[in-house]
Design a protein around this ligand. Structure first.
Ligand SMILES: Nc1nc2c(ncn2[C@@H]2O[C@H](COP(=O)(O)OP(=O)(O)OP(=O)(O)O)[C@@H](O)[C@H]2O)c(=O)[nH]1
Ligand SMILES: [Mg+2]
Length: 265
């Protein structure tokens, strides 16, 4: 029987087609940096360049999982994967930020995982700092809202997301300053212990991540960083007044997730 190809994985001179999300190559590294991409042709080259500078000399790989982007991202990541520090994955049957993270983590080879966005909102320098602190707690998280943290974004986005974050943290009973940053370092074996129950609309999977980890008694160390609003490429959130409805939809999904964690668990 012919296997259905769901993932095409490239790294160095190696190539493997897979029907399920499991590490494709026989190698191990200390950390896998997980980058989901959708139409990031203007950012992916730059973020890889900066990550390579930061992680030079470390045992790392950069796992880029692309969901069949319509721009030049697929071509660019194949070119980047000519060097074996990049694992480029093309996925054709699924879409979405959270499922991209989950699959990329399953396909990675690292002892630790480091999750971040590909649009330079999460600075590679902070990513390396989180990694350096990886042994200080079970999860090391970047926080935009603690003292010395920050968010460079349009007024509505900046204060809207900070307010939403605070309300949802109170509802879900999470004692952290940033519960939707999606910027973490964690041992992969510990991540695999988290049993996720809910399907997120967007970044609110982070609430469940922190909630399940707290339930298992995992510690979380927050480190401040300044979030930079994307300068290139299109936001999944939309922008401007025309997308106010979309923003409302996201806000509702965030509150819903917090309520589910609080009252259903
Ligand atoms: N593989 C994959 N990646 C996605 C998908 N949607 C978004 N991403 C990536 O996930 C990350 C977060 O998405 P963003 O669009 O930046 O969302 P955001 O950070 O909330 O919004 P902005 O920063 O305003 O754009 C980025 O690296 C995107 O390229 C998807 O469906 N599949
Ligand atoms: Mg972004």
């Amino acid at each position: 029987m012919k296997l259905m190809v769901k993932y095409i994985c490239l790294s160095g001179k190696k190539r493997k087609n897979l029907s399920e999300a499991k590490s494709p190559f026989n190698r191990s590294v200390e950390v896998s940096i997980i980058l989901p991409t959708y139409n990031e042709e203007k950012n992916i080259g730059e973020i890889v360049k900066q990550l390579r500078e930061q992680f030079k000399g470390e045992s790392y790989e950069i796992v880029i999982l692309d969901d069949n982007s319509k721009d030049k991202t697929p071509k660019i990541i194949d070119k980047l994967a000519e060097k074996s520090d990049i694992l480029a994955i093309h996925r054709y049957d699924k879409k979405g930020y959270w499922s991209a993270y989950q699959d990329a983590i399953s396909l990675s080879h690292g002892k630790y995982i480091l999750t971040m966005d590909s649009d330079l909102s999460h600075p590679p320098k902070t990513a390396f700092f989180l990694y350096q602190n990886r042994k200080k707690a079970d999860i090391i998280s970047g926080s935009r809202y603690m003292k010395s943290g920050g968010m460079e974004a349009p007024f509505f986005r900046k204060y809207g997301s900070e307010w939403l974050n605070k309300v949802c943290a109170i509802i879900a009973g999470l004692p952290y300053t940033d519960i939707a940053g999606d910027f973490h370092v964690m041992e992969k074996s510990k991540f695999n212990k988290l049993k996720f129950r809910y399907t997120p609309v967007f970044g609110e999977f982070d609430f469940e991540w922190l909630y399940r980890a707290k339930k298992l008694g995992f510690s979380n160390l927050e480190i401040p960083f300044t979030y930079k609003f994307r300068e290139e490429g299109e936001s999944a959130m939309g922008s401007g007044g025309a997308d106010a409805l979309k923003l409302m939809k996201f806000a509702l999904a965030y509150v819903k997730m917090a309520l589910k964690l609080r009252f259903i668990g």
